[in-house]
Design a protein around this ligand. Structure first.
Ligand SMILES: Nc1nc2c(ncn2[C@@H]2O[C@H](COP(=O)(O)OP(=O)(O)OP(=O)(O)O)[C@@H](O)[C@H]2O)c(=O)[nH]1
Ligand SMILES: [Mg+2]
Ligand SMILES: [Zn+2]
Length: 366
């Protein structure tokens, strides 16, 4: 975009200097959104960000704007086009309804729980995900890898936040294990109830930044949100209930605004995180294994009993960890299975029965 067309922009604050965030930038607005607006026909439309999704409407905010508008979906046939938390919409001049949605910078989604193949949208335009787990029962490398694959496949920065550090003698082993999952992964062990946690997590929560919290029920996502906000803005579980016990306390996703300009997205705990469309994340998480497997004698090697298998060789000489290779196989198989159409699954059941049975046995175990 050249500077001439820049001068046509009527979006408030678009040309504001970088040092002082513009009114829109405080809501997470970026040049990539501004660039999508046609200055000739859309200059009167009002950008607004979705901060809450309800059955009968969307809560949207923007500079001098906070209102509820009817639900919006660009394509009735396509679930992914339904407006979700974090989306940017262009509203009519009166801010009564959405005219269109702007292309997303990132989209977090999962396969909807149950047997259907629908996708469930988690959030859009998120910069960082705090993958929250706790030092007690919830801590599980396989689960962390699931979240990491999902987050990295969306091109979002993951940060692992291990809560309830105050309940164990030493957090070092948890931090070390989590850090080993992905190169350069940031991992913080915290007491989510301790106000000092805000300083540790502030680097990701600056003005205009959007952070989503994901993790099992009871790990302390809402507790962290309250501590960062400095007030009991959202309900948390009664103190005596432990991880994964009883019902979820948070039941809806909502964006909360920090006084200094960041946005926090609290989400309900997830019981099941089914992988779909996560190849990119898996390639990153298991880059070393994928690279090795390129050296297997057979291109369709299952890394099981095949002769000339580079993965089996690396397991034998201690270069690879057996538990991690097992997790890799499971996630790759699950992702592949979930990507199939019904017809492909039927064909697969005949032709590649083994893989399908493997996936089904994984599902039963969870
Ligand atoms: N001691 C201690 N307790 C914590 C910590 N973090 C959370 N808790 C407690 O754990 C319980 C669950 O916390 P929540 O914040 O409600 O958990 P959540 O992840 O939001 O759960 P859902 O909304 O059900 O998904 C609450 O009683 C918190 O007070 C921590 O770091 N230390
Ligand atoms: Mg909660
Ligand atoms: Zn192999």
């Amino acid at each position: 975009m050249n500077s001439k067309s820049h001068s046509k922009w009527t979006i408030p604050g678009f040309d504001a200097p970088k040092s002082a965030p513009s009114p829109l930038a405080r809501f997470g607005w970026r040049p990539a959104f501004a660039n999508q607006i046609d200055p000739d026909t859309e200059a009167d439309l009002r950008p607004a960000r979705v901060v809450g999704v309800h059955r009968n409407g969307l809560d949207v905010v923007g500079p001098d704007l906070a209102t509820r508008i009817p639900p919006y979906r660009a394509d009735e046939e396509d679930d992914e086009t339904a407006a979700t938390v974090g989306d940017w919409l262009l509203l009519d001049a009166d801010a009564t309804r959405a005219v269109r949605a702007l292309d997303r910078q990132s989209l977090l989604k999962r396969r909807a729980p149950g047997t259907g193949r629908q996708v469930q949208l988690i959030a859009a335009n998120v910069d960082t995900v705090f993958i929250v787990t706790s030092c007690n029962r919830d801590f599980n490398l396989a689960r962390l890898e699931r979240y990491l694959a999902l987050v990295r496949s969306s091109g979002v920065l993951p940060v692992v936040v291990i809560t309830k550090a105050d309940l164990v003698d030493d957090t070092a082993s948890y931090v070390k294990e989590a850090r080993a999952l992905l190169p350069n992964l940031s991992v913080e062990a915290v007491n989510a109830l301790e106000p000092g946690v805000a300083d540790m997590l502030r680097p990701w929560c600056g003005p205009g930044q959007t952070v989503a919290f994901m993790g099992s029920s009871g790990v302390g996502k809402s507790t962290l949100v309250n501590t960062l906000l400095g007030e009991a803005a959202v309900e948390t579980k009664a103190a005596r209930e432990d991880d994964d016990r009883g019902r979820h306390t948070t039941t809806a996703r909502a964006l909360h605004r920090l006084a200094h300009g960041g946005w926090l997205l609290d989400t309900p705990g997830m019981r099941e995180l089914q992988m779909t469309d996560v190849e990119d994340g898996l390639d990153e998480l298991y880059a070393d294994i994928e690279e090795l497997s390129a050296g297997c004698r057979f291109s369709d090697c299952a890394h099981d009993q095949e002769p000339g298998c580079a993965v089996t060789a690396a397991l034998a000489n201690g270069q690879l960890d057996a538990a991690r290779v097992k997790r890799w196989k499971k996630l790759v198989a699950e992702n592949r299975f979930n990507a199939m159409t019904l017809a492909e699954r039927r064909a697969a059941e005949k032709g590649f029965g083994k893989m399908v049975r493997e996936v089904q046995s994984i599902k039963k175990k969870r």
